[in-house]
Design a protein around this ligand. Structure first.
Ligand code: C2E
Ligand code: CA
Ligand code: CA
Length: 788
């Protein structure tokens, strides 16, 4: 439910709740603090008052004994007890009116107002009694024991009689002459509210009290209405502050007096609430201001958040992700949800792309790149563990025939089944990969060659069974080559190459498998040696550059030449560029080689120009070279040095080289173009470039790959391709040249298709520079002859 509230409203509700919460917490805290402060102040003030109360009570209690002493020595009382017959009178008299011996009552009242006056004879028998209210005397007073009376003699004695507190004082009345005791006087008062009240000069607000032994319960207070006897102190907590607690102990008294003062707390409450009202007003204003300011900021933020959310929602709506069925209104929840979905989609896509990039779509096996990676990892691991591994390369026998006669569809089914058979015959930890075409590879980690051979034999056995593809029963064998690492090498490229050598060896000798043997690898020893020799040949300029003429198809005019490298090896004889150029690319030698080719070809080109032949020279440059800025600069210098206009120079770059780094290639080509040189796409038709991409490149010429031209006369497909390329080049405004023109038929077709230029054995093979110069002079001769 909460999800369906917009973010702004949500924050608003939370803010209000928080502000209210804080308001109440602050209020409670402040109330307590204020109360505490006021209480402390008041208690300090009242503590003095309480002390006065205590002193006053103490004086009042003691004044009873003083009063008793005064009475006992009074003339009138003496006279009363010495009158004849007083001592012998039998029953005591309880007066109903004030007896005469209570004289100067009003004078005594200043100090003390005893409730009961009792007269005893010398044997401590009661003779007379007087209650100042003219009423009966409580029995407990009339029945006091002698011992009790003695305890109260000459002092104010506090005691519990019949569970009620009393103050008693007892004094002897003595004969003035012989100082003999004739009688006794007792003064007494119940310690009740009246007593408590009389002991103080109290305002109505202040109340004093005595507590019971538990110190919790009120025994008697000066205001029985407000603080009745028996009430607990805790019940008074909110109304009164109890202070000035103190004990009194009067001589022989058995009653230990616990005296307290009560101060009404109304004042504290009044003060607190007055201050609080002001505080609350301020706090309310602050809360409102805070809420308004905070909400304004939140509104600003949520507005931007809404925009952001909308963008992400729009974006994700356009993507093929699963959209939410419930649409919450809170932007943060929407944002979070969309992010989750997008992240999942991206994760999924990335995983799919990763899989795609490393797997063959037809068989779903790892591809060559992935295999190389895995092999590399295993090799690194083996360095640590000292284990061996075996790499196998397998190639199906006669697959090309199946493909050509039964079609690619059947070919694909065979490849899938072959993949399955390989996969089913290896261990879980092994990897089966498809390298391309009908070539497979198996990586067997942690194994030695003997065991690998057992697996290979199983595979071969499995391949003896015919393949069934759409009612066709096909016998497809496989040739396998094995290498063991590190026995046969510890480098990915070397192992793959040697497994390949072993596989070819198996094919060559019609074997189902062979293990790599350096004896069979003429490639092997010579390779490294050949590289060293090539380096030497480049340095010593022992290579030759040949030039193959290019002609205009219609006029037959010589318009240019392609520079082609030749290596006449002193021992091996002529080595084909197809053999050593890839090696030179692998080893990086290609850069110095290309530099030399640029030097020689610009030099010749300039010479021919001086002779009056405006001939264009093409050179072949591989990827490494076009991406090398130093080489481009070298090329530019060479033009300048030979005063050669750059437009007479063409760089041939193969279509597949461009397509490996299309974006980088584009910027480099633009750079070359801005220098003034021409660009030709070599081996066109083999590299899968897209038309849209081709349109963006600064290309001058398209060179149809010789594989199409060679077969063109016999193969209708190839002819169609050549025609399509010519049409495409024309549409894009590029010149088009056909290479590999070997026959008159090919020449005729190209003329018919209006291909701009031709190059091939039919017109001329590649020529050594002096042969080329000779050709030029022949042409010059013909020209001169015809002009004569
Ligand atoms: P490419 O650039 O496609 O060169 C054309 C190849 O076709 C040359 O082979 C040439 O001799 C050959 N050819 C010419 N006319 C015909 C013909 O009518 N029929 C047939 N079947 N072939 C013909 P070459 O010289 O053996 O060069 C092979 C490849 O080696 C070249 O292919 C090029 O990729 C590379 N290459 C040659 N010279 C150089 C060079 O100076 N630098 C670089 N980087 N690569 C070079
Ligand atoms: Ca070429
Ligand atoms: Ca070519």
């Amino acid at each position: 439910m909460f999800n369906n509230i917009s973010l702004t409203l949500k924050i608003f509700i939370i803010t209000i709740l928080l502000v209210t919460g804080v308001w109440f917490a602050a209020d409670k805290y402040q109330t307590n603090t204020l109360k505490k402060i006021f209480y402390t102040k008041l208690t300090e003030r009242f503590a003095l008052q309480a002390k006065e109360h205590r002193t006053s009570f103490d004086h009042y209690v003691r004044s009873y004994n003083q009063a008793a002493r005064l009475y006992a020595s009074s003339r009138r009382l003496l006279k009363n007890v010495t009158q004849p017959g007083w001592q012998s009178s039998s029953s005591p008299i309880v007066h109903r009116t004030k007896p005469g011996w209570v004289y100067e009552y009003s004078v005594m009242r200043r100090f003390v107002t005893p409730r009961y006056f009792l007269l005893y004879d010398a044997q401590m028998n009661i003779k007379e009694a007087w209650n100042i209210y003219g009423e009966d005397i409580p029995n407990e007073l009339l029945n006091l024991t002698n011992l009790h009376l003695r305890l109260a003699q000459n002092q104010s004695h506090l005691t519990l009689l019949n569970d009620k507190p009393y103050l008693i004082t007892f004094e002897a009345i003595k004969d003035r002459e012989d100082n003999k005791t004739i009688a006794y006087l007792m003064l007494s008062s119940p310690i009740d509210s009246e007593f408590m009240y009389d002991s103080q000069e109290l305002t109505l607000n202040n109340i004093v009290a005595l507590l019971k032994a538990d110190k919790e319960t009120v025994m008697v207070s000066s205001n029985a209405e407000q603080i009745p006897a028996g009430i607990k102190l805790s019940e008074l907590k909110n109304l009164y502050e109890v202070i000035g607690e103190g004990f009194f102990d009067y001589g022989s008294s058995e009653l230990v007096i616990n005296f307290v003062s009560f101060i009404p707390t109304e004042e504290v409450q009044h003060l607190t609430s007055a201050t609080l009202t002001e505080e609350r007003k301020l706090r309310l204003i602050a809360g409102v201001i805070y809420t308004v300011l905070f909400m304004s900021i939140i509104l600003l933020v949520t507005r931007r958040l809404k925009k952001l959310t909308q963008r992400i929602v729009d974006f994700s709506d356009n993507m093929s992700i699963q959209l939410p069925t419930i649409k919450p209104r809170d932007q943060l929840i929407i944002l979070e949800d969309r992010f989750k979905r997008l992240a999942n989609a991206i994760r999924f896509e990335t995983a799919a792309l990763e899989h795609q990039a490393s797997h063959d779509p037809l068989t779903d096996l790892p591809n060559r790149k992935k295999l190389n990676e895995l092999l590399q990892n295993e090799l690194l691991k083996n360095v640590r563990t000292n284990e061996k591994l075996v790499l196998i390369i397998g190639d199906l026998n006669h697959f090309k025939e199946i493909n050509d006669t039964l079609g690619h569809h059947i070919g694909d089914l065979v490849l899938q089944q072959a993949a399955e058979r390989l996969y089913n015959n290896v261990r879980k930890s092994d990897t089966v990969a498809r390298l391309g075409g009908d070539e497979f590879s198996i990586l067997l980690p942690n194994i030695e060659i003997d065991e690998a051979i057992r697996i290979v034999k199983d595979i071969n056995k499995e391949f003896k069974h015919p393949f069934i593809a759409e009612n066709n029963k096909l016998n497809v064998g496989i040739s396998l080559g094995l290498v063991e690492a590190p026995t046969h090498g510890d480098d990915v490229n070397i192992l793959v190459q040697r497994a390949d050598v072993a596989m070819y060896n198996a094919k060559k000798h019609n074997l189902s498998y062979t293990v790599y043997d350096p004896k069979n690898d003429d490639n092997h020893i010579s390779r490294l040696q050949l590289m060293a020799e090539l380096r030497d040949a480049i340095e010593k300029e022992k290579l030759n550059l040949y030039f193959q003429p290019k002609y205009e198809t219609l006029s037959g005019a010589l318009i240019g030449a392609e520079a082609l490298i030749r290596w006449h090896h002193p021992v091996r004889g002529l080595i084909e560029p197809d053999e050593f150029i890839p090696m030179a690319e692998q080893s990086g030698l290609i850069k110095s080689l290309t530099r030399w080719i640029i030097k020689v070809s610009t030099l010749h080109c300039a010479q021919w120009h001086q002779l009056g032949f405006q001939i264009n020279v093409s050179i072949n440059v591989s990827t490494q070279c076009i991406h090398d800025p130093k080489l481009i600069a070298y090329l530019y210098d060479s033009f300048k040095r030979n005063s050669l206009p750059p437009e007479y120079f063409t760089l041939e770059i193969t279509e597949s080289d461009i397509m490996t780094h299309p974006i980088r290639a584009k910027s480099i080509l633009n750079k070359i173009k801005s220098m003034g040189a021409n660009i030709s796409i070599d081996d066109f038709g083999t590299g899968y470039s897209s038309l849209a991409y081709l349109k963006q490149l600064p290309v001058d010429e398209i060179k149809i790959d010789r594989s199409f031209v060679l077969e063109m006369a016999n193969d209708e497909n190839d002819k169609t391709i050549v025609q399509a390329v010519i049409d495409l080049a024309r549409n894009l405004g590029h010149k088009v040249i056909a290479e590999g023109v070997e026959t008159k038929e090919a020449m005729d077709i190209l003329t018919e298709l209006r291909c701009d230029y031709v190059q091939g054995f039919y017109t001329s093979p590649p020529l050594a520079p002096d042969e080329f110069s000779e050709l030029l002079s022949v042409i010059q001769g013909i020209k001169q002859h015809s002009s004569l």
